[in-house]
Design a protein around this ligand. Structure first.
Ligand SMILES: Cc1ncc(COP(=O)(O)O)c(C=O)c1O
Length: 395
């Protein structure tokens, strides 16, 4: 069957793979090789001048990496994808590929902490301004944009307070001004949201999370609509900066991605049950989950996502001390950064993933020191709800 006609769950298992299944192996071997040999110098010329797509060196390409990239391009609806050694390698390489000294990038105020760090601390050293805005307010975006704005960057839902940004509107605004839009789709995954179809130019992922799904890989990927841009990102940036993914990790990602849809449906069901259980709980002052009807971004999320994901954040009454008692009292859940694994992972963003943010600004962004973020795993929902009752009793 032509992969263009396959549905999502089928493509997650079958898309891509010319030459990646020697000997009719059901599962592709891991091509653990650093380099590839040539029959003669004519072959060298053909490959080096891109007339042939044979392989040269694993930092540039490798059959296991290519299969992962083709599968990701299919799932996100892009022209191609570039695999990276981590989500941050993907994010920083994409930003450097699109920005030059004197340019500025406008980014949403709540982002994964290291991304915020790259935008506000690292890029300025290269003469590139990272402008922070509330992208839920389009007038704020318009007032910060000028003729040197080259990129708009955001996550939707955002980490950790799950802001929902209007992807169609931001992309239409950007397109009319020749600005590129980069969206971190880690929380939603292409199973629930496909930003390229909504107008974005580049999608980036921490593939460490749901794409892998089993907590045993650090990886990243960028997917784009323009094949020339994909080629440039791969050979002018990934290959030269050198943040190449290991073929072994690409193989683990391919294995994990076969069950992406199945896992996302189960993760989301646990998240919905958790959010409903927490809503109105006497020990909590706020619950953040886009699937709740009274969540401010609920209607927008429903219009651009086919599901609401599996991250729930909440505030316990009693501040930081109460929040610490909750996370220190866990028996089943793990206190850990990262997300998207089979295990339910809980963390305090202000003390962990978002520690690098200026804490006063973090509070202005609606993110207190006592906010708790849960990445719902795949455990039995009754065990999850029982653990929630147990830990909240300590608040
Ligand atoms: C939304 C988001 N983007 C990017 C990253 C960075 O990815 P990595 O840790 O794979 O470099 C993370 C990591 O937690 C994240 O949560």
């Amino acid at each position: 069957m032509d992969s263009g006609r396959m549905r999502f769950d089928t493509r997650a298992i079958h898309a891509g793979g010319k030459g990646a299944h020697p000997e009719h192996a059901l599962n592709p071997p891991i091509f653990m090789t650093s380099t590839f040999s040539f029959d003669n110098t004519d072959k060298v010329d053909a490959v080096m001048s891109f007339e042939s797509d044979d392989y040269v060196y694993t930092r540039g390409n490798n059959p296991t990496l290519r299969l992962f990239e083709e599968r990701m391009a299919s799932l996100e609806g892009g022209a191609g994808a570039v695999a990276f050694a981590s989500g941050m390698a993907a994010i920083s390489s994409v930003l450097f590929s699109l920005l030059r000294p004197g340019d500025n990038v406008i980014a949403h105020r709540t982002l994964y902490g290291s991304t915020h760090g790259v935008l506000t601390k690292l890029l300025p050293d290269y003469g590139i301004q990272g402008r922070i805005a509330d992208l839920e307010k389009l007038d704020e975006l318009a007032s910060l944009t000028d003729e040197r704005t080259r990129v708009i960057y955001f996550e939707s839902p955002s980490n950790p307070n799950l802001s929902i940004i209007d992807i169609r509107c931001v992309c239409a605004f950007a397109k009319s001004r020749g600005i590129k839009v980069i969206i971190d789709n880690t929380f939603a995954t292409p199973y629930f949201q496909r930003p390229l179809e909504l107008g974005a130019d580049v999608v980036v992922h921490s593939a460490t999370k749901y794409l892998c799904g089993h907590g045993d890989v650090v990886a990243g990927v960028a997917v784009a609509k323009d094949p020339d841009y994909v080629n440039s990102l791969k050979f002018d940036y990934m290959c030269e900066f050198g943040g190449a993914l290991s073929p072994f990790n690409a193989w683990l990602l391919l294995r994990g991605m076969k069950t992406l849809g199945l896992r996302m449906r189960a993760h989301e069901a646990n998240a919905m049950a958790t959010a409903r259980h927490l809503q109105g709980h006497p020990k909590l002052s706020a619950v953040y989950y886009p699937g709740l009807n009274d969540f401010p971004g609920h209607a927008l999320a429903a219009s651009q996502m086919s599901g609401f994901g599996a991250i729930v954040s909440f505030e316990v009454k009693g501040g930081l001390e109460a929040a610490k008692r909750v996370v220190n009292g866990m028996r089943l859940f793990k206190l850990a950064v990262s997300l998207g694994d089979c295990e339910t992972l809980v963390q305090l963003p202000a003390a962990m993933t978002h520690r690098g943010y200026d804490h006063e600004r973090l509070r202005d962004f609606g993110l207190t020191e006592s906010m708790i973020r849960i990445s719902l795993g795949l455990e039995d929902v009754e065990d999850i709800l029982e653990e929630l009752d147990y830990i909240l009793a300590k608040a």
